[in-house]
Design a protein. Structure first.
Length: 156
């Protein structure tokens, strides 16, 4: 399925697992998606909730100092890039009841933000998102294939 343009660029929501894989694996489809944002080919919406999850996941996978360093540099790069839109979950939290029956609790903030920000798709490796029909959900590989781009076999 091809994506409709919103304004001049496509706008997608990036789940935390895409951020983690993109940071940790240079030759992954998730990294290609992050590179697309850096190259101003797409706009990405992420949440402050994702930033907290990112920090926690990296601290589980890496030594604390390395995790904190990578998280710091990623957050700094995101904050300086106008093609990344960081949404404070508190802005939309009052609408969470509308979406609670569609997804597991831990992923609710992501779905709320994606739906309320009217993104074209959620890019995620998490199967919980595929159980809802509100916002189209694709893996990084599916997104790249739909965009007609080369993919990596490093991740889905």
């Amino acid at each position: 399925m091809k994506y409709e343009r919103r304004g001049s660029l496509r706008q997608v929501y990036l789940d935390t697992n895409v951020l983690v894989m993109g940071i940790l694996k240079k030759n992954s489809n998730s990294r290609i998606v992050l590179d697309m944002v850096n190259e101003r080919k797409i706009r990405a919406v992420i949440s402050d909730y994702s930033m907290e999850e990112l920090k926690a996941v990296l601290r589980r996978l890496l030594p604390k100092a390395d995790a904190d360093r990578r998280c710091y540099f990623f957050m700094k790069a995101v904050s300086l890039n106008p093609f990344f839109k960081i949404i404070n979950y508190a802005q939309h939290k009052s609408k969470k009841e509308k979406y609670e029956s569609l997804i597991v609790e831990k992923d609710l903030p992501h779905l709320v933000i994606a739906a309320e920000e009217k993104v074209e798709a959620i890019i995620a490796k998490d199967r919980h998102f595929t159980n809802q029909n509100l916002v189209k959900t694709v893996t990084p590989k599916q997104f790249l294939e739909d965009m007609g781009m080369r993919t990596s076999n490093s991740d889905l």
